[in-house]
Write a protein that binds this ligand. Structure first.
Ligand SMILES: C[S@@+](CC[C@H](N)C(=O)[O-])C[C@H]1O[C@@H](n2cnc3c(N)ncnc32)[C@H](O)[C@@H]1O
Ligand code: SF4
Length: 485
């Protein structure tokens, strides 16, 4: 069960993602985990699964299946012979109930991912949690419930914010009695800036652990993204964590690094592969493709300038794989990485490349200055106060999800655009809901006209009359204060 910081629960990470747009199955702010576990949504899911009817279960478009992941029941097979611990008994009961197609289970959940809060000690430039930093599950006994269920679990995934900063996970690492569940896999994704002795001592008590260190590049590129973290310190902490993982009794215990690939660090990709090679670590990559616009690989201020060097960096990183594979084999305790698997790894860079609209760099663009209409600015300031504002610019009729953006200064925004008709919204870099500011057209100007061209954006939908008078007055006062300051 995946529980996010709003308390919403889902049976897996992909339940409400990609094309699998199911609603949450409950909310731990209002219900206990056990109520949700045997609630109507879970019963429906199990009934569908038992009939082999993935569509009825809500899993017709399962992203995990499409990625070729196995949906088998993954647990520590040592627990098969264990009738003494709650964990061993729970596995036996669960297997029996699955075989019988039960929809209400006596067995407890086996995987819980719990994100109680978005609190963090650093500020990453791409972090989608920035707009919800105060999000917190405040039902006090939700944490107790997690601790009560831990003896039964196969895997507990400690979410954040920064997990090693959060009291619930510090307490858990210090106090959980691993004799109650010697099989528990403690999983987390961390920024590895708070790897204190209590954290290390706590981790050492677990037989199995799965640790992901988010490492968005190396050296300066890393510090550009992970604002407040120091690369050298984090590298030292990764080495400490590696020692703990190496000493863990389970051969499945593992630590890896993952890089969110974005504008600020894409040129550093080859260095990340070299780092993984030298430190003997498995690495993963995920592109930043939605918000924020200044880091997204699919949102541009000036496509040719923004994408300069990206293709070469991907090529160079891919070429570095040959020197990386011996390290990967060592991580897997194998002699070599089979040729077929090597191809899969090369393919990861093609998956990344496919996310980037490289062809756009060849389309003629011209530098324009957009005069953002006053009423649009007023509404944005009313909504976001003194936060820096950006313009979101969407080509009309485009279906490829590629868009433009620009920071707004003095009510103006500079951006390079091709001919076409665009809609515009003004918001902060974190705001997913972008206010609609109307449309404008580019194409009547001469291409050789000296840039930037000042364009008056015509607001089509919103006029001051349609904004409540009180909001307008408050917004104007704020706008005056911001401009004066
Ligand atoms: C929100 S963090 C929480 C855990 C921990 N603080 C960390 O950094 O690993 C979880 C993961 O989400 C990734 N992430 C944050 N913002 C993202 C974005 N806009 N797009 C893709 N991944 C993002 C982070 O890089 C990190 O790997
Ligand atoms: S460390 Fe994790 S939670 Fe904190 S800002 Fe970075 S990505 Fe977000």
């Amino acid at each position: 069960m995946i529980i996010d910081s709003t308390g919403a629960a889902a049976p897996c990470c992909y339940w409400g993602a990609y094309e699998n747009l199911n609603s949450p199955v409950g909310n731990v702010k209002e219900q206990s985990i056990e109520e949700i576990w045997n609630g109507p949504a879970y019963q429906k899911l199990r009934a569908g699964m038992a009939r082999g009817d993935l569509a009825a279960a809500g899993c017709a478009k399962c992203h995990a299946v499409r990625q070729g992941m196995s949906l088998g029941f993954d647990y520590d097979s040592d627990a098969d012979d264990d009738t003494e611990t709650p964990h061993g008994r729970n596995i036996a009961v669960l297997k029996d109930e699955i075989a019988r197609g039960a929809t209400v289970l006596e067995a407890k959940p086996t995987i819980i991912s719990y994100t109680p809060s978005h609190r963090c000690n650093i500020r990453c430039t791409h972090c989608y949690q920035e707009s919800t930093r105060d999000a917190e599950i405040k039902r006090a006994d939700a944490a107790d419930e997690i601790e009560r269920l831990a003896p039964y679990l196969v895997r507990l995934i400690a979410g954040g914010g920064e997990p090693f900063l959060l009291p619930i996970w510090r307490r858990f690492l210090a106090n959980f009695d691993t004799r109650k569940n010697p099989y528990l896999d403690f999983g987390t994704s961390t920024n590895a800036t708070i790897v204190t002795e209590p954290v290390l001592t706590g981790l050492r008590r677990f037989k199995n652990m799965t640790i992901n260190v988010s490492l968005d590049g190396t050296g300066e590129a890393y510090e550009r993204v992970r604002v407040g973290a120091k690369f050298d310190e984090v590298r030292a902490n990764i080495r400490l964590l590696k020692e703990v993982v190496k000493a863990a009794p389970s051969p499945k215990a593992n630590i890896g690094i993952s890089m969110c690939v974005m504008k600020s660090n894409i040129l550093d990709l080859p260095n990340l592969v070299r780092f993984a090679r030298d430190e003997i670590l498995q690495f993963g990559m995920s592109p930043v493709i939605t918000k924020p616009p200044d880091e997204s690989l699919r949102c541009f201020n000036d496509p040719a300038r923004d994408m300069a060097g990206w293709a070469d960096a991907i090529d160079a990183a891919k070429a570095e794989l040959d020197s990386y594979f011996p390290s990967l084999a060592a991580v897997w305790h194998a002699q070599i990485v089979p040729e077929e698997t090597q191809e899969t790894w090369r393919g990861l860079f093609e998956v990344l490349r496919a996310q980037i609209p490289f062809d756009l760099a060849d389309v003629p663009h011209r530098r324009v200055t957009l005069d953002i209409p006053d009423e649009l600015m007023v509404r944005a300031v009313a909504a976001h106060g003194a936060a820096p504002l950006v313009a979101y610019i969407f080509p009309q009729g485009a279906t490829d999800g590629v868009s433009y953006w620009g920071p707004i200064k003095d009510g103006r925004c500079e951006v390079s655009l091709p001919d076409g008709t665009f809609s515009i919204g003004v918001s902060t870099k974190w705001d997913a809901t972008v206010g609609d500011g109307g449309t404008f057209h580019i194409g009547d100007q001469q291409l050789d006209e000296a840039p930037p061209i000042a364009l008056q954006v015509a607001t089509s939908r919103y006029t001051p009359r349609r904004v409540a008078a009180g909001v307008m007055r408050r917004a104007r006062r704020m706008l005056d204060r911001v401009t004066a300051g």
